[in-house]
Design a protein. Structure first.
Length: 291
């Protein structure tokens, strides 16, 4: 029995025990029963819960849960990689949902579980199929499996409208939090997968994950397009600030003004809005360069 089979069997058993105990009885709870109280530690999971019509069960979210806007009204329990178990427990949830990719520390998860709170961690693959599976997994967990179907149908309709770029431009993603923190995206990251789905080529694919940006690597990569989060470009002082970063002016992107930005969660969330994200990304990549 391989690890994936073991995990699937374990998760199925856990969900069955929760269903029997009534912890996940969303659909059939009587008015006298206390409603299920959920804390989500993953922005994509939070978005899916809202799209499934379950936002009323959310009592707290992490700071990456930025969409829909109504989530801003909920208590925040910190960034998913720096969650305080005490903050989550203080909200008295009956269920905590997260994903493996959220990066919440295992010790924090164990603390939450030790308080008698059920925690379910979803797997998420950065692909179209992975997004559909996550939507269905969340719907199944919350006992509303049929609600996933229209979300997946809408996702397929959005994807059908994506017009991939055809000239395979080299695209460099810079993660910036001011000039003191600038990283570039390698293989296997959400951005790498999005660039591939859009029809582009990751200009820095010779390594995994992220590594610090250097002027030498920037000039060597010579991207046709530089991509950033909108907040990242803002942290650099806008397009003028980016142009002052050493090496940018020597690239094709810098020479032609091919700088594009997107909302961070939309670009990397692989959420039900994946089709919309790809539409926006391909449109921006296809914009004519400024000459």
């Amino acid at each position: 029995m391989n690890k994936r089979t073991v995990f699937t069997t374990w998760l199925s058993s856990l969900l069955m025990s929760l269903l029997v105990s009534g912890q996940l009885a969303f659909a059939n709870r009587s008015p006298k029963e206390e409603p299920v109280r959920i804390v989500s530690l993953d922005g994509t999971v939070s978005e899916i819960l809202c799209d499934l019509g379950l936002q009323s069960h959310l009592i707290g979210v992490d700071v990456t849960s930025t969409y829909p806007e109504s989530l801003q009204k909920l208590p925040k329990v910190g960034h998913n990689r720096n969650i305080s178990a005490e903050g989550v427990i203080s909200l008295k949830p009956t269920l905590v949902l997260t994903s493996v990719n959220a990066g919440t520390k295992p010790g924090v998860i164990e603390q939450i579980k030790s308080a008698g709170i059920n925690v379910i961690t979803f797997q998420q693959e950065f692909s179209v199929a992975g997004t559909k599976k996550l939507i269905q997994d969340v719907a199944n967990t919350c006992q509303v499996p049929s609600r996933a179907k229209p979300l997946i149908k809408k996702l397929d309709a959005d994807l059908a409208q994506v017009k991939k770029v055809t000239n395979s431009p080299k695209i460099l993603f810079i993660y910036a939090r001011g000039t003191g923190t600038m990283m570039v995206s390698g293989k296997g990251t959400q951005v790498d997968k999005m660039i591939e789905l859009a029809g582009g080529v990751n200009a820095t694919s010779g390594f995994d994950n992220y590594k610090p940006l250097t002027a030498e690597s920037l000039v060597s990569a010579n991207p046709d397009v530089i991509l950033l989060f909108d907040t990242g470009l803002e942290s650099l002082g806008g397009a003028e600030g980016l142009a002052k970063v050493q090496g940018v002016a020597q690239t094709n992107a810098g020479k032609n003004g091919r700088i594009i930005v997107m909302d961070g969660h939309l670009l990397t969330g692989f959420s039900p809005r994946l089709g919309k994200a790809l539409q926006e990304l391909t449109q921006k990549i296809s914009q004519k360069p400024k000459v």
